[in-house]
Design a protein around this ligand. Structure first.
Ligand code: NAD
Length: 331
């Protein structure tokens, strides 16, 4: 497959290296509005073709897969442009801020008869593997908890807008759209369902972007809590699961299963080797290649893009209403 990476910043650069480790795909082109970034890409891989815009790319090259690694506000437009040009699309999170945008994307993918696949790479993380295994050990999950705390946001490359994650016009929201996107699809996968209701309370910056938020998702058979902060003293990554027969606690890479038979402690294999997690890419790309060859499975990734956007939209609505329960609309 001939791949073009669009957006050659932190994520795009990591992706170029990650594609070198997988079979069946070759990055042949890079698109970025910065000539300096394009020169940097050619330094890494001299035979790359480089373009300032997606239109220039499609005027000159045939591309099977466009991998969108730009900051969030451009995802929908670039993904639709690439689908319309006949490419499959892998798109970084958050793919869509709003359910309406997710539906527009689904329409474009259906019209183009191409796959739109979200780069939901935490689904391939050691934490998610352990949680999935934990589901078998703790029984039907009743509660799930994800607590991600940081002193501040991650920064992008210096030559663009390093603090775009704090800019509502670029990021669409704060930590919930940024890291929280991962947490939302992780819990919907764990419960195997969409929540019926969502509530949230947030701490806002002056411009209305949340820098900390607690979200509660009410599933048919249990609840999940997602607790996120960019303004904490300590850095924590915690994932918890409890069920009818036990609990699983994963804190900063150490997992403890507890049940009637005692407890078992395990260290996760490299939970966070880098902020871009290229070590999880091979498994995600393998999933993409399996789905791309099966058009009957293309609805699955689209449904996850839509449900993630719907849940985040509902959480923001609830947080603006001081935590009132918000019903989730139809899928
Ligand atoms: N899944 C993950 O683990 C993970 C990790 C890091 C970043 N991301 C995601 O990757 C995306 C990019 O984040 P980043 O940290 O690499 O940002 P960054 O600021 O480091 O880089 C952004 C790059 O995009 C380019 N760009 C801006 N607008 C563009 C456009 N319209 N067309 C083409 N290129 C454009 C900029 O010139 C820059 O090179 C975000 O959506 C972010 O959420 C995901």
């Amino acid at each position: 497959m001939r791949v073009a990476i669009v957006g050659f910043g932190t994520a795009g650069t990591a992706r170029l290296g990650a594609y070198r480790q997988v079979a069946g795909a070759e990055v042949v082109a890079v698109v970025d509005p910065s000539s300096a970034r394009l020169a940097g890409a050619r330094d890494l891989q001299p035979q790359l073709r480089t373009y300032l815009t997606l239109s220039e790319l499609f005027a000159n090259d045939r591309i099977d897969v466009v991998d969108v690694c730009t900051p969030p506000s451009s995802h929908v437009e670039l993904a639709i442009q690439a689908l319309d040009a006949g490419s499959h699309v892998i798109c970084e999170k958050p793919v869509a801020f709003r359910a309406a945008d997710a539906r527009a994307l689904a329409g474009a993918a259906t019209r183009a008869e191409r796959l739109l696949y979200p780069a939901h790479n935490y689904a391939f993380s050691p934490m998610m593997r352990m949680l999935t295994e934990g589901k078998g050990k703790v029984g039907t999950p009743v509660t799930a908890t994800i607590r991600i705390r940081r002193a501040t946001h991650a920064r992008g490359i210096g030559s663009w807008q390093p603090d775009w994650r704090r800019d509502p016009a670029v990021a669409g929201g704060g930590i919930l759209l940024d890291h929280g996107s991962h947490c939302v699809y992780m819990v919907t996968r764990l419960f195997g369902a969409r929540p019926g209701k969502v509530s949230a309370t947030a701490r806002w910056q002056e411009d209305g972007l949340e820098e900390a938020i607690e979200v509660r998702l009410h599933f048919p058979d249990g609840t999940a809590e997602i607790d996120l902060s960019w303004v904490d003293d300590a850095r924590t990554n915690h994932y918890g699961l409890s069920g009818s027969t036990g609990t699983l606690d994963i804190t900063d890479g150490v997992a403890v299963f507890s049940g009637s038979g005692g407890s078992e402690r395990r260290t996760l294999d490299s939970p966070t080797r880098s902020s871009t997690h290229e070590e999880w890419f091979a498994d995600m790309f393998d999933d993409f290649t399996k789905i791309v060859s099966r058009p009957d499975r293309w609805d699955g990734p689209m449904d996850e893009i839509l449900s993630t956007a719907q849940i985040i939209e509902a959480a923001y609505e609830s947080a603006r209403l001081d935590g009132r329960l918000v019903e989730l609309g139809e899928g």
